[in-house]
Design a protein around this ligand. Sequence first.
Ligand code: ZN
Length: 317
Amino acid sequence: MKFDAPQFQSEAEARRYIEALRWPGGRVCPKCGVIGAEYETKREGRYRCGAKECRKDFTVMTGTVMEASHIKLTVWLMAFYLMASSKKGMSAHQLHRSLDVTYKSAWFLAHRIRAAMASGGLTSPMGGSGQIVEADETYYGKVENPRTQRFDGKPYKPGKKQTGPANKRAVVALIERGGQARVFHVAEATRETVEKIVKENVDPKSRLHTDESKLYPRVGAEFASHETVKHTANEYARGDVHVNTAEGFFGVFKKGMTGVYQHCSEKHLHRYLSEYEFRFNNRTKLGVTDVQRAQRAIEGADGKRLTYRRTNGQAAS
Ligand SMILES: [Zn+2]
């Protein structure tokens, strides 16, 4: 990608660019929410809230994933573009080399941008009358401390796969046909955890498509229809019944994770999943360009601040 546009060249241009994305209807005080009441201070890009009881200073970075970082806005913008446009993701090492920043800064940028991409607040149900939602699960990587007990207290029996291997990380994906994906990392893909995710996210008027896994028949009965494909019998699609979109998503995710992110600890897995989910939900097939995808990630930067300690420490959410 070429970075010859003005917003990648000067801090003032970068700031104007981000301000226009974040505040299309006028500057909003991130402390009290008042719009257009601010005035400029002596420091360029720093505003003071004009509301009597507030008077707080703020910049376009305040209250975003960019807050309190010493990284230049031009670098933030380039990092947003690189991460939004790469098909399989971009490692901190690649960012470090491409942007000429320290590895530590690159790692920090990557995690914060991932947080901006996390689709928090998506609460409306997926699917609907006549619409198809695919549900599927996969297992990826190794957990640091393999579980020896199942959630029901029974020990895992080696070689006897029921709800997935004890030493693998379980991922559940819901994908609206031709639409959006929501992906979840669960400690264990049991019928209970999977049912909860499906019920909480999918409109019961939808057609639910899964493979023949035992995880879905009970919850499937609550939908307009539950249709399955028999992978064990080499059946991958029957008419429009399939889970190929979900499997395609898992394929891109696994390829990217082995090729780009070799060292992903389990506690960070949900962040990486959010990143892949974001790119999928803003994919070219839905008419989203690389530029629009990066802009949407920047818009998502609002209110998703992550402190260094939280990303790096035990208290990771
Ligand atoms: Zn204010």
